[in-house]
Ligand binder design. Structure first.
Ligand code: DON
Length: 575
């Protein structure tokens, strides 16, 4: 058994050795004797300035939830390509004082105008421009409401303090980095349709270039309003009126009541057991937790560490295939549709799925071709936080695709999301990530679109890892592989660096990063009937923090695919 575990580890580590070149992140470990509470705080996020802001808030006496507000807001400023206050997100929290876990759902909602017919072109096909660009692609934003909710209900510092770093960085600017420059270039044609967007990104007449400073004075003012007026600073009054006017000017329809009526939802997180781990993760309207529960419970039937790489990969892929099929059919907003969570996540159901897996033959998905390949899109952002009191935050936030809808209502600095594409706008037609859906995920007024965002943590008596990632439909499999790697004994940084593979039922092919599957494994999988796109470009941006309760070591891992990310540890002063 020991040897087998080490063999798998060796395979994983070998793979890590061939992972994409990247600047090694700065992660520290700290050793302390007591395991009752972490010896300090740890934060991993996709941007150094966000991690720094969070740690500064902890230094000023804030808790993990205050730090989360600061990190989320700074990411909204420095990663407009990925997330922002014009978008939404999920925040999984552990409140050490009450011992309670809660899932704060700040997902965008559909406006009443968003009927399925509104997204069809003249031939009855999906109007992809409407689905992904401009006002029709945007749901009512949820992130500002989440920041207010987190601060008022769980934080101990005022929003004026926790939003201060984001306001300063929006006003004074930050250095443009290659991913932002590249993302802008890929969305330029859409973004430059809108005068409010041009005012932000073409302020000096040219698109953002790596190394120059991007200032967003309107966004700074909008954040200031949020800091002083709370919910009403965004959802009512000046900012709201400017958003309504711009959506109208560009041909869309939002109402005052839809903005003023937006509410975050507090939901029970989804919990499951895998081997010796208790996993806490995202419930619907995320599909992530349900899929994770299905896949892990199917896999629990085998001792993965004892298997050859090809056999192990085959079983993991077959489990992924089945979970993504169920996602397509059953998952949606639980406030609108009955999602059979208990049945889908039951051990009996997993046993049935397991029994349907042939040990060495791929089961072809019902349709083998004709599905568009998913977009290459690594936007959305995740951050993970642990503090010295034992509080935790696992948060994933997004505007959906690169730079969301591309629309910034003039005078607000708020880049609106294009999350409407996450609905099954046309039943059975794949969205930008190649995933599709039917009735359960059809748009309805006020409904939340199905998500793959899977903020999670995995905990045993001895260890804890807070984990999450962006990547659209590939989020779930990134979190899954990270859990398997952490279970196999990998530390935070190798977990974040691990090369990835993915299968989502349709298209019926395994996608693999360079170095994820060696040549012999690829050949063996092909012989089992799998189609493999090996050596695809890389994807994801996983951020994790870990705590070893026995040694007291805190650690962080930031995805080396994103060189501006940072994981850092701040030790509490000795008492
Ligand atoms: O909620 C979701 O599942 C998507 N809107 C997330 C988008 C995303 O991760 C973009 N990055 N690839």
């Amino acid at each position: 058994m020991r040897i087998a575990v080490r063999t798998w580890l060796a395979v994983l580590l070998l793979a890590v050795g061939t992972s994409p070149a990247a600047t090694p992140p700065k992660a520290h470990t700290a050793n302390a004797v007591t395991a009752a509470k972490p010896p300090g705080a740890a934060i991993a996020s996709a941007h150094t300035l966000a991690t720094q802001a969070g740690l500064d808030i902890i230094r000023t006496g804030g808790n993990a939830f205050d730090a989360a507000v600061a990190v989320a807001a700074v990411l909204s400023v420095v990663e407009p390509v990925s997330s922002g206050i014009g978008g939404g997100g999920f925040f999984l929290l552990h409140d050490a004082k009450s011992g309670r876990d809660v899932f704060v759902d700040a997902r965008e909602t559909a406006p009443e105008s968003a009927t399925p017919a509104a997204y069809l072109d003249k031939q009855g096909g999906l109007d992809r421009d409407r689905a992904t660009n401009g006002p029709w692609s945007a749901g009512i934003p949820g992130l500002p409401a989440a920041l207010v909710h987190l601060s008022e209900k769980y934080g101990r510092l005022p929003l004026r303090t926790t939003l201060a770093p984001a306001i300063r960085i929006a006003r004074d600017g930050f250095e443009v980095y290659p991913r932002l420059e590249k993302g802008y270039a890929s969305r330029r044609a859409v973004m430059e349709r809108y005068r409010g967007t041009r005012a932000v990104f073409l302020a000096d007449g040219t698109p953002p270039v790596t190394g120059e400073t991007l200032r967003q004075p309107d966004l700074a003012r909008t954040l200031e309003r949020l800091a002083t007026k709370g919910f009403d600073g965004f959802y009512r009054g000046d900012v709201a009126e400017k958003m309504l006017a711009s959506v109208r000017e560009e041909g869309g329809r939002w109402t005052r009541d839809e903005l003023a009526g937006y509410r975050v939802r507090e939901r029970e997180p989804l919990r499951l057991k895998y081997r010796d781990w208790a996993i806490t993760t995202a419930p619907p309207p995320s599909s992530g937790g349900v899929a994770l529960a299905q896949i892990l419970q199917v896999l629990e039937g085998w001792d993965l560490a004892k298997l050859e790489p090809a056999q192990r990969t085959h079983l993991i892929v077959e489990a992924m295939r089945r979970a993504y099929r169920d996602r397509t059919i059953y998952l949606g907003d639980p406030d609108f549709v009955k999602v059979p969570v208990a049945r889908l996540t039951s051990p009996e159901y997993a046993a049935g799925l397991r029994a349907s897996i042939h040990p060495d033959r791929a089961l072809p998905s019902a349709l083998l071709s004709g599905q568009p390949a998913p977009l290459e899109d690594d936007e959305t952002t995740h951050f993970s936080i642990i503090d010295a009191e034992g509080n935790r935050v696992s948060a994933t936030q997004t505007v959906n695709l690169t730079f969301g809808s591309g629309l910034v209502p003039p005078g607000t600095g708020v880049l609106l999301n294009n999350e409407m594409d996450d609905f099954a706008l046309k039943p059975g037609t794949p969205n930008a990530f190649g995933v599709m859906g039917f009735k359960a995920n059809a748009p309805e007024p006020g409904k939340r679109m199905l998500s793959s965002m899977t903020p999670s943590w995995i905990e045993s008596e001895e260890k804890l890892a807070v984990i999450g990632a962006p990547g659209g439909s590939r989020i779930i499999t990134q979190v899954l592989l990270a859990i398997l790697a952490y279970d196999a004994g990998l530390a935070a940084q190798p977990v974040a660096a691990l090369p990835r593979f993915h299968h989502q039922w349709m298209p019926d092919a395994i996608s693999a990063e360079p170095g994820a599957l060696d040549a012999a494994t690829v050949e063996a999988l092909k012989a089992m009937g799998h189609t493999i796109n090996a050596g695809e470009s890389t994807w994801g941006n996983l951020q994790t923090v870990t705590w070893d309760k026995r040694s007291g070591a805190l650690d962080g891992g930031t995805d080396p695919r994103n060189p501006v990310g940072r994981a850092d540890v701040l030790l509490a002063p000795a008492k």
